[in-house]
Every structure is written in structure tokens, then in C-alpha cells.
Design a protein around this ligand. Structure first.
Ligand code: SF4
Ligand code: SF4
Length: 330
């Protein structure tokens, strides 16, 4: 690995791999480390030519690469600022294969829940009304700043979080918040072996086409839900479907691939692999799944039960608001 692109000479057969984060938490970068000892195998067959989280690569390093220089770039995070868009466009040009890596790049992820607020409301909360804040000068971020060396152009925040695919063409998507290490390794092995499917921005790899319920070992007893409860309100009965016990588990509307790791650990599926099947709207898919399991014969009673769900938008679209029919507050 080197921080100077000009020094990188690809050894015969070696891939050039890049990774970058935009509007995300950093978990996707860490998830690459979850392939564990396979990292050593990866480095045998690939040079890391851009990974700012791991080494001191400069944007200039990438700008100096010839177009198409990077064989595979894993881009995590959504697009929230002009800097994110600039890097997305640059990495698209420099990469032969660009992957939307993780829920934020693919569907907006948790940062896209801020699309329910206007930029003004976000600034007011973050820079003015937050009780732990000390900002007597009422300072807010600026996009220009005068320095003794000249005017600085700084990144500006966009009105809403966009997906990587809203800005540039992507070749594949790898879902998850973050993607599961075993699945990431499978995808990297396929890339190294040249066995990835034909490029298509809709193609999701590192997952499969079933739902989390399909790979969940918990028993379905065909019982109907009389009331919902939050995870801190009760200890779930082992081995019994969490949804049937009244915990809001999104397994029915979520794509499989993680091995149902949350329900196996007594936690509900929060939906991080994005919508299952052909639906792009995870929330409406889940609402329709709920409709068939709620114990209510009248519309009023059904509404009473559903009203027990705290923050329905945040619950049903926790990771996928930017891909939903809602997208943002209009
Ligand atoms: S709803 Fe949740 S707990 Fe029930 S089968 Fe599906 S994934 Fe498992
Ligand atoms: S069970 Fe659901 S929330 Fe948990 S990792 Fe899998 S898809 Fe994500």
C-alpha cells in the first residue's frame, strides 16, 4: 500500500481497490476489517490505492490517476454535501467498477432520516437549540472563508441526503448497515475470480433474494398481534417469532443475506439490508405484512394497535427513506 498513486505499479494479475466514505458513520469502513485474516489474502491479490480511513491518501492522489485506474471502488455513505458529490463523480471516472457499499450509499441509510427535516431545522437544532451547545456567536457553517492565503471554498450541505445512484451510475449494490463480513468476503472473492454478475445498478450482491424471515430459525405459530411492545418492555420468549410476540421486527420486508443475525440474538430485525423482493418501498411492504398479522376486526381497532408503534416512519424506513416513495419532506 502506498499513499502516492504515481508509485503504484500493478503487479501482474493484481487488482487495484479503493474505498471511500461520504455521509455515513464509518461502520462500513470497519466492516471491511471484519473479513479478518482474509485481509491478508486480499492484499496478496490487490493493491489498496485509495482508502482515506485507513491511510493518508489525498483526493489529489485520485485526481492524478488515469481514468479507469481503480478496478473496484467500494463507496459507502450517501450524498449530503458538495464534497460528497465531487468525490462520487471523481471516483466514478477513475473506477472501472463502482459499488454502492452499505445501506447509506444504496438507500440513504440512517442519515437520510434527516430528510424529514429542512436544512434550516437541522441547523437550528445542531448549532442553536441543542441544550449542550455553547455557541454565543451563533456561528453556522460557511461555504467560503477568507484566509491570509486566499479565499477557501468549503463544502456546502445539500437540502437532502441522496443515494450514490442519484448522482452517478453504480455497477452493483452491497446492502447492510454495515454489510456482513462473510458476505463482503464472498463478493471480493467473486471480483478477484471475475465471477460477478453482469453490471447493473439494480444488482445487489452479498445478499440473496429472500427475506430475513426466510432464513430466521424462530418458530411462527400463526398467532395474531393484539398489542405492540418495544424491546425494553419485555424479554422475548426464545425461539418464537418476535413479531408474533408483538415486537416490531422488519424481517418480512427485509432482504436476506445477514443470516438473520439480529433475531438469532433476540433482537428484532431493523431492516438494514433494505427492501426484500421487487418492492423499493420497505415501509409499505412492512405495513402490508402487518395488516395480515394484527388481531383487529375493525379499522378503528387496527388503527389503535398500529398507533402503539413509536415513530413509524423512523421504524419502517430506518435505512431506506431515500429509496422510498416518501424520499424527503416536501
Ligand atoms: S418477523 Fe422477525 S423474528 Fe419473526 S420470523 Fe421474521 S425475522 Fe424472525
Ligand atoms: S437481521 Fe435485519 S437489522 Fe439485523 S443485520 Fe440482518 S437485515 Fe440488518
Amino acid at each position: 500500500m502506498t499513499t502516492n498513486g504515481a508509485e503504484i505499479d500493478r503487479q501482474p494479475g493484481k487488482l487495484r481497490v479503493g474505498m471511500h466514505w461520504a455521509s455515513s458513520c464509518g461502520g462500513c469502513d470497519i466492516s471491511l476489517l471484519e473479513i479478518g485474516e482474509h485481509l491478508l489474502e486480499l492484499i496478496e491479490v490487490a493493491d489498496i490505492v485509495f482508502w482515506p480511513c485507513a491511510a493518508d491518501f489525498k483526493y489529489r492522489t485520485v485526481a492524478d490517476y488515469p481514468d479507469g485506474y481503480i478496478d473496484v471502488c467500494l463507496f459507502n455513505g450517501g450524498i449530503r454535501s458538495s464534497e460528497h458529490e465531487r468525490l462520487a463523480r471523481l471516483l466514478r471516472r477513475k473506477s472501472r467498477t463502482l459499488v454502492a457499499y452499505g445501506a447509506c450509499a444504496m438507500d440513504g441509510g440512517i442519515p437520510a432520516l434527516a430528510n424529514l427535516k429542512s436544512p434550516r431545522e437541522i441547523y437550528d437544532a445542531v448549532y442553536h437549540s441543542n441544550p449542550t451547545l455553547h455557541n454565543p456567536g451563533h456561528v453556522e457553517p460557511k461555504t467560503q472563508w477568507a484566509t491570509p492565503l486566499g479565499e477557501l471554498d468549503l463544502p456546502g450541505m445539500y437540502p437532502q441526503v441522496l443515494r450514490l445512484g442519484d448522482i452517478v451510475d453504480v455497477d452493483y449494490q452491497i446492502p447492510g448497515c454495515p454489510p456482513v463480513g462473510a458476505q463482503v468476503w464472498k463478493v471480493l472473492q467473486a471480483v478477484v475470480a471475475g465471477e460477478v454478475p453482469a453490471r447493473n445498478s439494480a444488482v445487489r450482491v452479498g445478499c440473496d433474494n429472500r427475506s430475513v424471515c426466510d432464513e430466521c430459525p424462530r418458530e411462527k405459530r400463526k398467532t395474531r398481534i393484539k398489542a405492540f411492545k418495544r424491546p425494553h418492555m419485555a424479554v422475548p420468549e426464545p425461539n418464537w417469532c418476535l413479531l408474533e410476540q408483538g415486537f416490531v421486527c422488519l424481517g418480512a420486508s427485509t432482504r436476506s443475506g445477514c443470516g438473520a443475525q439480529c433475531p438469532k440474538a433476540e433482537m428484532t430485525c431493523r431492516g438494514c439490508y433494505g427492501s426484500a423482493g421487487l418492492s423499493s418501498d420497505q415501509g409499505t411492504a412492512m405495513l402490508s405484512a402487518l395488516g395480515s398479522v394484527i388481531d383487529a376486526v375493525t379499522e378503528d381497532r387496527a388503527r389503535e394497535v398500529v398507533d402503539e408503534i413509536v415513530d413509524p416512519t423512523g421504524t419502517f424506513y430506518r435505512f431506506s427513506l431515500a429509496s422510498s416513495a416518501l424520499k424527503a419532506r416536501r
